[in-house]
Design a protein around this ligand. Sequence first.
Ligand code: GUN
Length: 302
Amino acid sequence: MTGSGMAKVIDGKMLAARLRGEIADGVAALKAESGVTPALAVILVGENPASVSYVTAKERACAEAGIASREIRLPASAAEEELLSHIAALNADPAIHGILVQLPLPKGFDEKKVIDAISPEKDVDGFTPVNVGRMLIGERCFLPCTPHGIIKLIEFAGVDVRGRHAVVIGRSNIVGKPVAALLSRKGTDATVTLCHTGTPDVASFTRQADVVVVAAGRPGTLTGDMLKPGAVVIDVGVNRIPDATRPKGFRLVGDADFDSCAAVASAITPVPGGVGPMTITMLLWNTLESARAAALGAGASE
Ligand code: GUN
């Protein structure tokens, strides 16, 4: 099944570059006004190749925005207590405004316990129960980066989701659940269906969707025949597919089958270059906000 034309490709790199320019300006202004340099601590445990590349990209993005970053690398064999004591020290360090523990942690680590150890006022990933709770009840908080970036991308694409039907595929704590919450909150006002591995016929929902956010972690989760013509597709997937023709031996694909979806949709995010650059951008945003709050001696802000 094909639509009448090709979808508009939503350029996440362009929006990310624009916002990063604004963040860099904000960082420079904060330094000039208060002498405070925003600083992010990045903790990487083990050597998961995707995690190494995400952490590298985050540190580079910090440097480009004038944000200081402090990297802490621990071996996969490190004791959980060691990780927790690093977090405790960073919580207490007034020069650090954001703390990020790259997920997933190696086997044997209690991810919940580790996240819970991060001070909510420095939780620039928005992963702690306090920030998740604040988000759900509409209080000021650090919004989780990927969901926040998705909302910004949808706005940037000129898509008004008010009263429209958004279908989210995937119920992870990092993306699916929070993006469903943000899409349905007051002011954004989409009607949201959350599909997951327990949903028997996902296509029966996506065919009624004006917007589909696919965050299932599996290539080919969304295909063009599952879409209503003119739907907007936000593809959160980052999957490495072996490809001997590429220098790194793999290429990245999303969770949506790009060609068949682009033939039916009105707009779609590419992988790479769609949601990914926005995730890091919103991390910089939260780190700047945290530093501003610290400079004012106030609490965290959205
Ligand atoms: N793993 C996948 N996405 C993320 C993210 O946004 N933050 C952290 N800390 N880990 C992740």
